[in-house]
Design a protein around this ligand. Structure first.
Ligand SMILES: [Zn+2]
Length: 232
């Protein structure tokens, strides 16, 4: 009986501890609901690209965005930025947002807490030529724990998730028109895409989707804005 009681007490404490550790998930839901209301109210489309920069796709995207007069947000990995500093320079020069996406893309829910925090700090450090210590942040895999949440709060950095996952990392790619339909149906959105080098079909999908979303925005009067122009 006593053993059963201590086992259930340990289980309850474990459960409560996990809930506290992973509690930033609730904050994410609250924050993104607020952001969703804003993008819908003002019919905003925000194009966001994670995990880059990469030598080919990021440049192709920059050319496409430039030809359409659109600005976007790039959440970069420190290790990739260091490989392509001229591309980061161009991203900044052309008025896009550069945000930190950590250095090596550690998943905070799987890594040791201090390793996940160190990875975020290393990302800011390697991106320091282009962004401030409190520059915008997007967590790898969208995952935060209490330690990573507090490290970001201490910096005063805004955290941005997304409202529409483009599916460009899913095993089966959707069609660009399916994602565009979702933007239409929801009345606005922050779209998650990736500009890291992957297979040609995936790279082509990101380019096609970007062009399709910009077409929809033009035809249906969505405002295309980088994240820094949205309310916090
Ligand atoms: Zn990522």
């Amino acid at each position: 009986m006593r053993q059963t009681l201590s086992a259930s007490l340990a289980a309850t404490i474990g459960l409560a501890g996990s809930a506290v550790y992973f509690s930033p998930w609730f904050w994410r839901r609250y924050r993104m609901n607020r952001v969703r209301r804003e993008v819908v109210k003002n019919r905003i489309l925000s194009l966001t690209y994670d995990d880059g920069p990469s030598s080919e796709l990021t440049l192709q995207l920059l050319n496409l965005l430039q030809s359409r007069g659109a600005r976007a947000s790039f959440f970069m990995l420190g290790c990739h930025a260091q490989q392509h500093p001229q591309i980061v320079d161009r991203v900044v020069q052309e008025g896009h947002d550069v945000g930190c996406h950590s250095d090596r893309h550690l998943n905070a829910w799987k890594a040791l807490p201090w390793e996940a925090v160190a990875d975020i700090n290393a990302g800011y450090e390697r991106l320091s030529a282009w962004i401030e210590p409190k520059g915008m942040f997007r967590p790898p895999y969208g995952k935060m724990t209490l330690p990573t949440y507090w490290s970001i709060r201490r910096r005063g950095a805004p955290v941005w998730w997304w409202t529409i996952d483009s599916g460009d990392s899913h095993a089966t790619l959707p069609s660009a028109s399916q994602v565009a339909d979702r933007l239409r149906k929801e009345g606005g959105g922050i779209v998650l895409m990736h500009d890291v080098a992957r297979t040609k079909p995936r790279n082509d999908f990101v380019l096609e989707l970007t062009a399709t979303l910009l077409d929809v925005a033009q035809r249906e009067s969505f405002q295309v804005k980088p994240l820094r122009e949205l309310c916090q």
